[in-house]
Write a protein that binds this ligand. Structure first.
Ligand code: ADP
Ligand code: MG
Length: 269
């Protein structure tokens, strides 16, 4: 009886902390839990846990072979993990196909740009509009005002307004990267995964892309892999450092840059 009455205020506190946790959970978009994948016994990602909040722009850095691309492969369903979970809005993505994951609102950009080179920039945007099945269906789609407006807005956002009628094959490498980001945005993903999107871009294009990513992360979560530290600084968000498949460090750009473990890995001591 003594215990019961003593427990009362404590129980109250517990209740408060549970509801606080729930509030926290509502802000989480992606939760990676103890994720591991082995290729012939080699652990490319090794018991990795991390969370990405809604509307967060997270940068993932790490030396070559750290497991960055493999991590994104597991989030988008391209690679099945050996163990662990990838929770996205209450769904365990490790149990779903790539198509199902796309339909849940996850967009992925691979390292090399993949656009339809023989189609114009406008046509590339058109075919990426959801609910239009296949290229032919979307090209037959009437170019009504709303559709044009949608494409023009997107072209403006990704710096391609002047190039709408050019063939995608004529674009520079950086412009193709922008086109692909725009095509992914057409599908309004809740989570956008970008693997080295500024590779092959000029310094000016990198700056523009940094600003673009900051802007598009206002309405969605964005995970971007990049090792250009000037680019990372310009984005100035939370950084996760991977090394040998494990989480080495996490924090602001200055925090991770000053972390002795990170300095060690990058300077190769
Ligand atoms: P990062 O993107 O950080 O440079 P990756 O994720 O591409 O690194 O690769 C991490 C490690 O896993 C590398 O050593 C790579 O060789 C290995 N790896 C990735 N995919 C496979 C695979 N399908 N089969 C065997 N090894 C792989
Ligand atoms: Mg990679």
């Amino acid at each position: 009886m003594m215990t019961a009455s003593l427990n009362l205020p404590f129980a109250h506190l517990q209740e408060k902390s549970v509801s606080h946790d729930l509030v926290q959970n509502e802000k989480i978009a992606l939760e990676i839990k103890d994720l591991t994948v082995s290729f012939d016994g080699f652990r490319a990602v090794d018991h990795l846990s991390l969370t990405i909040a809604r509307n967060e722009l997270r940068v993932i850095i790490g030396p070559n072979g750290a497991g960055k691309t493999t991590l994104l492969d597991m989030v988008c369903g391209k690679t099945k993990p050996t163990s662990g979970q990838v929770m996205f809005n209450g769904h365990d993505l490790t149990k779903m196909s790539e198509h199902q994951i796309v339909r849940l609102g996850v967009g992925r950009k691979f390292q090399t740009p993949s656009v339809y080179e023989d189609l114009s920039v406008m046509e590339n945007f058109e075919i990426s509009i959801p609910n239009l099945h296949g290229i032919i269906a979307s090209l037959k789609y009437r170019r009504n005002v709303d559709l044009m407006q949608l494409i023009q807005n997107m072209a403006k956002q990704v710096f391609l307004t002047e190039l709408l009628n050019h063939k995608a094959g004529q674009l520079s490498h950086g412009q193709k990267q922008w086109l692909e980001i725009g095509m992914l945005l057409m599908q309004e993903p809740e989570l956008l995964l970008l693997d080295e999107p500024v590779a092959g871009m000029s310094p000016r294009e990198r700056e523009q892309t940094a600003d673009l990513l900051v802007k598009i992360s206002k309405g969605r979560s964005v995970v971007v892999i990049e090792h250009d530290m000037d680019f990372v600084k310009r984005i100035a968000q939370k950084v996760t450092v991977l090394h040998q498949g494990k989480l080495l460090s996490e924090g602001s750009v200055t925090e991770v840059q000053d972390d002795p473990r990170v300095i060690d890995v990058y300077l190769g001591h």
